[in-house]
Structure formats: structure tokens, C-alpha cells
Design a protein around this ligand. Structure first.
Ligand code: TEU
Ligand code: CA
Length: 531
């Protein structure tokens, strides 16, 4: 199919937290295989698998020590190939995570690179002399502290935009580019259908001019990956890029430029923040919808949106922008309706289809994420421990990474052993088994939304228009020559008057029962209307 990525519905699996089959407390590939029927039933047709390659696990696999081997904690290459064939059988494609801004410091390339200045792998990474006995510049790592680490052996610093166990690759070196192309082909030859490209806009830098990302050769490098590896396989890509405008994203995704299929934009995830990570303020629903609408308009007809609510770097949306108590079902289904009825490829993060919530972290020993652990000493200067734990329970990356509760048993059916990270606290009530059984459940609503999205050409390809967006009530339209639909959402826990009346027989889906005309919205009500 031409542009098959536009008809993909992607489910993100964070393997460590998905399903454990051997009792070591860590999810694994046999666990994924055991849930493929569950995913097929949900209606998705593509899986994005977060890294499962050999890794010391400093950043849960985003620090790769061997790009071509499955980490034994997840299984063997045979397990992986079997998983792929079981996916194929069910019509599910697989996207791998391409993490090529950096490797692990335990990658063979880096082990060689740090040995001597004339080692053949020296220029695979970014080395600089000290300046006045200090770091070459003042760049900060995304995980706190300097982005430069001094290495005694050769008396130089290496660059790491993330943890010091994640040295940045030197893309200026043509050998590095060739290694990456070959590695991509290796997975594509095995039957993988594409990649989610980790912090892909960081691969081009201009260090001497203080440019740490979006550098001058970014488009050249991505075009190369496209020509050499992706295009020949009709592979799909989604780039993870932070802070780009719709115009810049069009550059990366314009079909004529032959770069990426689509990019994630995270502008809406910043709505309501008062600062960076761990600084959440009051959520502003109108702003959220406004940002999404801006991207719908900005890419329409040329680029393509990746529709994303949650991922493994975010807390659960119900804690931030929905409701975790009385209106958990209503707000979870409203958010799904609002976002996934827009134009673009839906991405559903594991557990989102169950309306999962954040765990509550009481002390640092319950936390695992390097970003939070590294930030802790800094935060202590400003807050006491209790306040930091409150912030971690609302905004640390561990929130979304909590293991999936498959049933109401003690460990949620995730593992027979001790899970590597605690489950959310209400897992006896909020779990997959309960949701599958219940007549009214987030899972069952997701099934309906996914079906509608996949089967209806107007929702797939139709234009978007924001009709109104005020006081937490938004109305938008999706239309083409044949059909026109309106999506109406109430983003708050109060009832809302409508200034128009919706006949019951025009409603094709709602998260509330309806039998007569509607002139008022219930808390977190969502409606899809055929005009
Ligand atoms: O994340 C990129 C990124 O910059 C942020 O999400 C970052 O994790 C931080 O939380 C900002 O506050 C990607 C991956 O999604 C993430 O899991 C990895 O840790 C990171 O790259 C490094 O590979
Ligand atoms: Ca396991």
C-alpha cells in the first residue's frame, strides 16, 4: 500500500514493563508474544518496541552496547524472530527503536575509542581537550551535570548529552554513518517495518559554534538514511524531535525531501508546565486543543501528524490532564476521542488503553529512573523529600513505566517474582482482566475508536477544522467531499451547556449513553456526530 504508515495504528511496548514470563521481575519477549492476541483484539496493526538490544541498562536500554543482539534479559534472537512471525500472522508490523545519537559506554566502539588517541574508533565519538583545565564548554546533560566527562587514559573529555554512560556518536565521521546504515538494513532484512528514531534531531551538531542539536547537516544525514536504508524497504519512520515548529517539521517530513515519514511533536505535552521536568502547573485544556489544532493545520496536505498522548517519558495523562477518580473512564475515553479522531497516525502507549494511573512514590528507593535519581540532589536544595516525592509521583518517567497489571492478583499478573518497579496502587481495581470483562471500559472504548479511525476514510484522510474551543469545550470537524463529522469534547468535570442541539440519531459514538437529543454535555463527555 502506498504510504501505509498513514493507515497504521501504533501501540508502543516498553518491554521491561509489559509482561514477565520467567519470574525475574522484568518483562520479556515471550511475554509480548503471549499478549499479541490481546493487541490484535484491540485493533492496532503496528507495534513500536522500545529498545530490547544488549544494554547495561543505565537508561533502560536507551544505552545500547550491541545494536545487533537482543538482550538476554528479554530473550534470544530465536524468540525475537518467533515474535516477528507471530506478529506477521496477525497482520501486525514491527517498528524498532533506533537510538543512534549515542551508544552505551560499554559498546565495543567506545571501549576501543577510549583506549588511545590513534585508535581506529577514536573518531566514532566526540573528544575534546580540556579548556583551562576544565570542560570544553558549559553544556549540560539532559540527566543533570555537565555534558562532558573526563577520561584519564587519554586526558580528554567526551561528550554525552544524556548520561555519562551514553557517549554521543560523531556523525561527522562517514564510518559511523555507514555502520548505522548497515545496522538498519540488518533489521529491515529480518522483516522489521521501520523505526522510531530517538532524539534524531540531535545527530548533527556544531560544537565550536555552540550548536548541540538541529545542526547544519541534519537533513543531509537523515536523507542519507532514507536513501540508503529506508526507502528500498518502504520503511516507516517517526522521528522524536523536541521543540520544533510545524514549519521545521515539514522540512523533515515533506515527501519530496525524502527524510522521515512523520515526527512526534511534544508541544501539547508542555501545556500547563511552569518549568521543565518536575514543575507542573495547572493544566489548560483550551491551550492543549489549540496546540493540537495548530499542528493539524500546519501539516495538513503535506506533512503528517503522529498523534500521541503518552509515552515512556511521560506520566499518565489521567493524572495530568484527566481525572483519576470519579471520571476516570469518562476522561480517558474523552482524551482518546479528542486526539485520535484528528488527522495522523495514532500512537497508544501500553496501558493507556486501560486508563492506567501513576503509582505513588513514597521514597527514593521506590524510584528507578536515572533522570529522577540524578535530579534529586539538585531538587533537595529547593524542596523537602516529601515534596520531591510528590513531584516524582506526578511527573517522573517512572510513572508511565510502572508494570502493566494484567489481572487483580498481588503482582497484577505482570510477574511471578518481584517487579523491577512498583505497580500503580489501584491495580486490583484497574487492570486488563477487569477492563476486558466490563461492559463499559476504557479498553472497549479504545477498540471502537481504533476501528472508526482505521475504517473510515474521512477520519483517515479528511481535512480538519477547529470550529470552537472555549471554556474547556471544543468542537472540531473532519470532512472530505463525501462526508462531514464533528467531534465534541468536554474537557472538565462539570456539565456544560451547548449552544446547538445534537439529534440522538446523528451520534455515532459517545462515552455516555444517549437516547434523546443532546443540548448539554456531561463531565468529560465526548461525542462523534455525523452531519
Ligand atoms: O528522550 C529524549 C528526551 O530528551 C526526553 O524525553 C528526556 O528523556 C528527558 O526526560 C527530558 O526531560 C529519548 C528517549 O525517549 C528517552 O527515554 C531516553 O532516555 C533519551 O532519548 C536518551 O536516549
Ligand atoms: Ca523476564
Amino acid at each position: 500500500m502506498e504510504n501505509w504508515y498513514k493507515e497504521a495504528v501504533v501501540y508502543q511496548i516498553y518491554p521491561k514493563s509489559f509482561c514477565d514470563t520467567n519470574g525475574d521481575g522484568i518483562g520479556d519477549i515471550p511475554g509480548i508474544i503471549s499478549k499479541l492476541d490481546y493487541l490484535k483484539e484491540l485493533g492496532i496493526n503496528t507495534i513500536w518496541l522500545s529498545p530490547c538490544y544488549v544494554s547495561p541498562g543505565d537508561d533502560n536500554g536507551y544505552d545500547i552496547a550491541d545494536y545487533r543482539t537482543i538482550d538476554p534479559v528479554y530473550g534470544t534472537m530465536e524468540d525475537f524472530k518467533f515474535m516477528l512471525s507471530e506478529m506477521n500472522k496477525r497482520g501486525i508490523k514491527l517498528l524498532m527503536d533506533l537510538v543512534v545519537n549515542h551508544t552505551s559506554d560499554e559498546h565495543e566502539w567506545f571501549c576501543e575509542s577510549r583506549k588511545s588517541k590513534d585508535n581506529p574508533y577514536r573518531d566514532y565519538y566526540i573528544w575534546r581537550d580540556p579548556v583551562d583545565g576544565h570542560e570544553p564548554n558549559d553544556w549540560k546533560s539532559n540527566f543533570s551535570g555537565s555534558a562532558w566527562e573526563y577520561d584519564e587514559t587519554t586526558e580528554q573529555y567526551y561528550l554525552h548529552l544524556f548520561s555519562k554512560k551514553q557517549p554521543d556518536l560523531n556523525w561527522e565521521n562517514p564510518k559511523v554513518r555507514q555502520e548505522i546504515v548497515d545496522m538498519m538494513k540488518y533489521w529491515l532484512d529480518m522483516g522489521v517495518s521501520g523505526f522510531r528514531c530517538d532524539v534524531i534531531n540531535l545527530i548533527s551538531k556544531d560544537i565550536e559554534n555552540n550548536v548541540s542539536g538541529d545542526g547544519p547537516r541534519l537533513h543531509e544525514y537523515i536523507h542519507l538514511l532514507n536513501r540508503e536504508a529506508l526507502s528500498p524497504y518502504d520503511a516507516m519512520t517517526v522521528g522524536e524531535v523536541w521543540g520544533l515548529s510545524p514549519e521545521e517539521s515539514l522540512m523533515l517530513t515533506h515527501p519530496d525531501r525524502e527524510e522521515l515519514s512523520m515526527v512526534f511533536q511534544f508541544e501539547h505535552m508542555g501545556v500547563g508546565r511552569t518549568g521543565g521536568r518536575f514543575y507542573l502547573g495547572e493544566f489548560e485544556p483550551d491551550k492543549y486543543v489549540e496546540v493540537l489544532a495548530k499542528w493539524q493545520k500546519g501539516l495538513n496536505g503535506i506533512g503528517w501528524n503522529a498523534l500521541c498522548v503518552e509515552n515512556h517519558d511521560q506520566s499518565r495523562c489521567l493524572n495530568r490532564i484527566g481525572n483519576t477518580d470519579k471520571y476516570r473512564y469518562e476522561s480517558a475515553t474523552m482524551i482518546a476521542t479528542l486526539v485520535y479522531m484528528m488527522q495522523g497516525t495514532p500512537y497508544i502507549f501500553q496501558g493507556q488503553e486501560l486508563g492506567l494511573i501513576n503509582p505513588v512514590f513514597h521514597s527514593l528507593d521506590e524510584c528507578r529512573d536515572i533522570e529522577a535519581l540524578n535530579a534529586y540532589p539538585e531538587l533537595l536544595k529547593e524542596f523537602d523529600e516529601k515534596e520531591i516525592m510528590r513531584r516524582f509521583s506526578g511527573d517522573s518517567r517512572d510513572c508511565g513505566r510502572a508494570p502493566i497489571p494484567w489481572d487483580a492478583s498481588e503482582k497484577g499478573g505482570f510477574s511471578e517474582g518481584e517487579p523491577w518497579l512498583k505497580l500503580h496502587d489501584r491495580h486490583r481495581e484497574i487492570n486488563a482482566e477487569n477492563d476486558l470483562k466490563a461492559e463499559k471500559s476504557v479498553y472497549n472504548y479504545y477498540k471502537e475508536i481504533i476501528k472508526l479511525h482505521r475504517e473510515n476514510k474521512t477520519f483517515l484522510y479528511g481535512d480538519f477544522e477547529l470550529i470552537s474551543n472555549k471554556d474547556a469545550v471544543s468542537v472540531y470537524k473532519r470532512y472530505d467531499k463525501e462526508n462531514s463529522y464533528r467531534v465534541v469534547c468536554n474537557f472538565c468535570a462539570d456539565k456544560r451547556e451547548l449552544d446547538f442541539v445534537i439529534p440522538a440519531d446523528s451520534v455515532i459514538l459517545s462515552n455516555y449513553p444517549f437516547d434523546k437529543e443532546i443540548s448539554e454535555l456531561n463531565p468529560y463527555q465526548a461525542l462523534i456526530i455525523k452531519d
